[in-house]
Design a protein around this ligand. Structure first.
Ligand code: FAD
Length: 459
């Protein structure tokens, strides 16, 4: 069968897999030769939206992708620098006929796509791949976007979802191409730490998916809120980097029968469409009533929060899990985020940045959505007066203190009941572990006053 093109590029970005990769499969069926390219950004030192653990995970994903392409006869071409310029250089140097890519879901990726489309002398074909439905597919009856999750999910869930396609059996990359070496952390001036990270790459992601679908998802409704259990799928980093196809995961999960799990995938899509329709959430409160709240200057208490040294065991366990593994359980993310915004009165944007730098699954839309939900300022947020109490949350979700003891070894021998209320004598629970840095009851009252005062000033 004749193909439309002789030689095209597939630009890998957040779709680091071969299976059910919409653009890659389209490029292969349209062209005799495909150049699979990944362009590593050239920032060094610091980046507000990522950090060493995440970049380490990315390096592993690229190594795995490169190996998988070689198995099919292809080659991953690595370039460094500005992605649009590097791709356009390749188009010119290698007489490329078209560019294929999967659409990004955040404003930074979208801006690069728009620039490429504007400057490219050859056609640019873009595909929706990272989500089950595009941001304009699920709208209210009057054609406007949903602002609240529950009606969004009601509409989103029953819409038919595209089935996954297969995996290519071979890839022909032109033989006259040279690639730069696969990146390591030093490319960005970063160093390895004392971490316990999951392995990156399509093979590792598929193993995790089998494990999650094999047992965890059938008990999901009962176990998903208990941070000491492996009760959730732990696939967020694989969805973030596209080492798993959302279509494959969704259709496999449907067979497992947990509607709750499918609804969680719906939260992911809800926040993507919020970011698409309301990109101002990146700098502003979604709920305009709460813009201009008087956040406090970050101080020593913020430093204690970032180190997991607040003297609140559930908060410190969450932060220490994050620092060590690049992951934090969802229930604990909510408690930790509310603590920063409602007990320390610190701007949710600082928490959002800190999470982005440490989470392997750091996803601009979900991270922003989660932080604004917790701060009480977001789409379908917890109302400002619903403030989680870290002590009673511990009693409900970590009654035996298993999660806390796992991440705070100093507390191994302490009676877990003592994690469920502030110490009566305000003394540390054990030597080497700090006393609580604040009184939750007093800070809760202060938050209620701040929000009430702000509201009355708005009227
Ligand atoms: C303050 C805060 C920040 C967050 N930041 C991120 C982030 O940067 N990236 C991210 O992927 N998730 C984020 N979440 C959502 C959620 O905590 C993680 O998706 C979840 O913990 C990942 O673990 P899992 O894969 O085991 O989830 P599971 O419970 O197995 O859920 C399956 C999938 O559904 C999606 N999902 C589940 N819950 C949510 C949710 N509330 N919002 C959006 N998607 C969801 C994820 O893709 C997840 O992998 C954040 C939540 C909060 C409260």
């Amino acid at each position: 069968m004749s193909k439309a093109y002789r030689r095209v590029i597939h630009w890998f970005r957040r779709d680091l897999r071969l299976t059910d990769n919409t653009s890659l499969l389209a490029s292969l069926s349209s062209s005799a030769e495909v150049i699979p390219i990944y362009v590593c950004s050239n920032w060094t030192g610091s980046n507000l939206w990522t950090g060493a653990k995440r970049q380490n995970f990315l390096c592993e994903c690229l190594t795995s992708l490169s190996r998988n392409l070689e198995h099919l006869g292809g080659q991953l071409i690595i370039r460094h620098g500005d992605a649009v310029s590097e791709i356009l250089k390749l188009v010119e140097d290698k007489r490329v006929d078209a560019i294929f890519l999967n659409e990004d879901v955040d404003p930074f990726g979208k801006a690069a796509e728009a620039e490429l489309k504007e400057k490219s002398p050859v056609p640019v074909h873009s595909f929706q791949d990272a989500t089950l439905h595009g941001p304009t597919e699920v709208l209210k009856g009057d054609g406007t976007p949903y602002r609240v999750y529950t009606p969004f999910a009601k509409r989103w869930l029953p819409i038919e979802k595209r089935k996954p396609s297969g995996r290519p059996s071979s890839i022909e990359t032109p033989s006259d191409l040279e690639s730069l070496p696969l990146p390591t952390l030093s490319h960005w001036g970063l160093e390895e730490g004392d971490w316990e990270l999951p392995k990156g790459g399509e093979k590792a992601a598929r193993l995790r998916m089998s494990e999650a679908l094999g047992s965890r998802i059938s008990h999901y409704d009962d176990t998903r809120d208990i941070p000491s259990l492996p009760g959730t799928s732990r696939l967020s980093q694989d969805l973030r980097w596209g080492t798993l196809s959302i279509r494959e995961l969704y259709h496999k999960a449907v067979k497992k029968g947990s509607e709750q799990y499918l609804k969680e995938l719906g939260w992911r899509e809800f926040y993507f469409q919020i970011l698409y329709h309301f990109p101002e959430v990146l700098s502003n409160e979604f709920n305009a009533d709460w813009r201009g709240l008087p956040w406090e200057e970050p101080d020593k208490k913020f430093e204690a929060w970032k180190l997991g040294e607040t003297g609140f065991p559930i908060i410190d366990a969450g932060i220490r899990e994050l620092l060590k593994t690049g992951f934090m359980h969802n229930r604990v993310r909510m408690i930790v985020a509310m603590f920063l915004t409602k007990d320390l009165h610190i701007d949710w944007r600082l928490g959002e940045q800190f999470f982005a730098q440490h989470l392997l699954d750091g996803e601009i839309a979900s991270n922003n959505g989660g932080w604004q939900w917790s701060a009480g300022t977001g789409a379908d947020a917890a109302p400002y007066f619903r403030i989680q109490n870290p002590w009673s949350q511990t009693k409900r979700f970590d009654a035996k203190g298993e999660y806390i003891k796992r991440w705070i070894p100093e507390l191994k021998t302490v009676d877990p009941k003592r994690f469920q209320a502030p110490p009566e004598d305000s003394q540390p629970l054990t030597e080497g572990y700090p006393a609580p840095i604040l009184d939750h009851g007093a800070e809760r009252k202060k938050t209620l006053d701040i929000f009430k005062k702000h509201r009355s000033q708005q009227k």
